[in-house]
Design a protein around this ligand. Structure first.
Ligand SMILES: Nc1ncnc2c1ncn2[C@@H]1O[C@H](COP(=O)(O)OP(=O)(O)OP(=O)(O)O)[C@@H](O)[C@H]1O
Ligand SMILES: O=c1[nH]c(=O)c2[nH+]cn([C@@H]3O[C@H](COP(=O)(O)O)[C@@H](O)[C@H]3O)c2[nH]1
Ligand SMILES: NC(=O)CC[C@H](N)C(=O)O
Ligand SMILES: [Mg+2]
Length: 531
């Protein structure tokens, strides 16, 4: 069933893309850490960009209305036996190609050149000398420029028909072309390459001849029209959490269909301190959305009774959400659509779920957690945006900053921040700890720079001493990360004084807790949430 859902979602995303946002730049992902970043850089230049795995078929790619191809870097070496190959469609399609790092090495290797381990491995900055100032790739750029390298292999001989247009001391073939394909040994997508943005821009506009038509406000107008067309005279319920994604989705849909939208905000008993009051205060009273508030605490907590396994928790929560939406819908007459604030990373994950490279990490309640007998059609107007792009749309829609910049909070809520069984007592403990973490982060003026900050309650008990007496209570972990899109994250370098006040406040104010630790795991290898 989930494979079926993912095909359907993939199909509808492709249909929408080809109609509304101009040509797409297809980024072929060979496993680089920066593949996502390449797609973002292209969109920052107002051209829509879509990431596909290296084994995507031409059928998939052609349905995206491609205007150019970018090959990403990657950890493999082209001469290794199982290294990812160049998809045949790349050359057959005749599309303009920008090949970065591993991408360049693949082009050289597969078109008759040679790649070998370099004498000097290059990680970090290098000075690029432009050899051909008349190349459109370097239009308007200086002859010498700082670029950023990260490679152990190098191209040592060029395929027929290629010539060199830029070099560094360690990499003579840093920039090569045959007039249609452009290869770069360095990474134009990282900010350390001083003219990276300009190089990508020259490729898009001067070489591939694309149009910069993809913008947030363009997106708003287009998607309002699209929602009107898709929904017709039907009614929609929107699953609204107060998070930025569903608030932006609901606002767009409200603009499109007015009162035929009813939002459902579910208190699942797994929310943060005062969350229900705050969300209703802002979205109902200030933004004038039509919101039904459903307190389904008992239903969720009894579904979670005795459940220890994280995946089982997520499945039960996903199911409870849908049952609540169904019950509410039945009170509202004929409801055809369920709207959700699903984002592009969810679509990528579901689209690649059945390829050999993708592993199931966890079931996001709004994607993999949907029951097979779902009777609504899904309406997901944000499903090809990243979080920071959604924030930009939100700002353009006039949503207040505290919604636009609100930290993400997962639908399964505090349930995935309690290791082991979820009980009312444990929820109360983790909720109070979480409030302290957030208050201290805000007080330190760090709210915006941090992606998410929260507390996790472990079932471990440890000994302490307070007022000369022995204590024995829970171990709480504090987690704070920085991230661009939650696909990767770093643990946040919070100043020791701030950690100190978080730690002492938790132990002093939440008596059930005797010890606080700080989580210093990046993603990967960790995930942001503990379950
Ligand atoms: N308590 C809730 N009540 C109703 N719908 C919810 C609730 N929690 C989550 N959802 C639905 O699930 C979707 C996914 O949740 P998710 O947390 O990823 O997004 P969000 O809450 O809108 O934004 P953010 O990621 O910033 O928290 C939401 O967009 C919303 O449609
Ligand atoms: O709506 C959601 N439903 C879920 O089931 C879910 N699981 C994780 N998250 C959020 O997604 C981001 C990435 O989280 P992980 O690194 O833990 O996978 C982080 O921002 C998490 O908070 C969820 N959001
Ligand atoms: N960043 C990359 O794409 C690296 C390519 C290849 N693995 C190398 O080390 O040269
Ligand atoms: Mg949320």
């Amino acid at each position: 069933m989930s494979a079926h859902i993912s095909e359907e979602r993939q199909h509808s995303v492709e249909t929408m893309l080809s109609q509304d946002v101009g040509k797409t730049v297809v980024v072929v992902d060979f496993g680089s850490q920066y593949s996502q970043l390449i797609a973002r850089r292209v969109r920052e230049l107002r051209v829509y960009s879509h990431l596909v795995p290296y084994d995507a078929t031409w059928e998939t790619v052609s349905s995206l209305n491609p205007g150019a191809v970018i090959l990403s870097g990657g950890p493999s070496s082209v001469y290794e036996p199982n290294a990812p190959r160049l998809p045949k469609w790349v050359l057959d399609s005749g599309l303009p190609v920008l090949a970065i790092c591993y991408g360049l090495q693949l082009i050289a290797h597969e078109m008759g050149g040679q790649v070998a381990p370099a004498n000097v491995k290059e990680y970090g900055p290098a000075e690029l000398q432009v050899e051909d100032e008349s190349s459109p790739l370097f239009d308007g750029l200086p002859k010498s420029q700082r670029v950023w390298m990260s490679h152990g292999d190098s191209v040592i001989s060029l395929p027929e028909g290629f010539w060199c247009i830029g070099s560094t001391v360690a990499s003579p073939y840093s920039v090569v072309t045959n007039g249609k394909i452009y290869g770069l040994q360095f990474h134009p997508e990282v900010v350390h390459t001083h003219y990276g943005r300009e190089i990508i821009s020259n490729f898009l506009f001067k070489i591939a001849g694309l149009e910069p038509v993809w913008t947030p406000s363009h997106f708003i107008e287009e998607s309002i029209q699209r929602i009107k067309d898709e929904v017709g005279q039907a009614k929609v319920i929107c699953a609204l959490s107060g998070g930025v994604d569903s608030s932006v989705a609901a606002t767009l849909i409200h603009k499109a269909i007015g009162d035929r939208l009813v939002c459902i905000f579910v208190n699942n008993g797994l929310l943060r301190l005062n969350e229900a009051e705050e969300v209703l205060g802002v979205l109902r009273d200030q933004q004038h959305l039509n919101i039904r508030y459903v307190d389904a605490t008992d239903r969720f907590l009894s579904a979670l009774h005795g459940v220890m396994d994280p995946e089982e928790k997520r499945k039960r929560i996903g199911e409870c959400f849908i049952r609540v939406f169904e019950e509410e819908a039945s009170k509202l007459g004929e409801i055809e659509f369920l709207a959700q604030g699903t984002l592009y990373p969810d679509v990528i994950e579901s689209a690649t779920a059945d390829t050999k490279a993708a592993a199931k990490i966890k079931t996001h309640h709004n994607v993999g957690g949907l029951p097979p007998d779902l009777k609504f059609k899904l309406l997901e107007p944000l499903k090809y945006l990243f979080k920071d792009e959604v924030r930009e749309v939100g700002k353009n829609l006039g949503l207040p900053d505290h919604i636009v910049y609100r930290h993400p909070f997962p639908g399964p809520g505090l349930a995935v921040r309690i290791i082991g069984e979820v009980t009312p007592e444990r929820l109360d403990i983790v909720r109070r700890c979480d409030a302290i973490v957030r208050q201290e982060i805000e007080k330190a003026g760090m709210y915006r720079e941090i992606w998410q900050a929260f507390a996790v309650l472990t079932p471990i008990r440890t000994v302490g001493v307070m007022g000369d007496a022995r204590t024995y209570g829970y171990l709480v972990a504090v987690r704070a990360v920085t991230s661009e899109d939650a696909m990767t994250a770093h643990w946040a370098r919070i100043p020791h004084e701030v950690l100190d006040s978080i730690g002492s406040r938790i132990v002093n104010e939440v008596h059930e807790v005797t010890r606080v630790v700080y989580d210093i795991t990046n993603k990967p290898p960790g995930t942001i949430e503990w379950e």
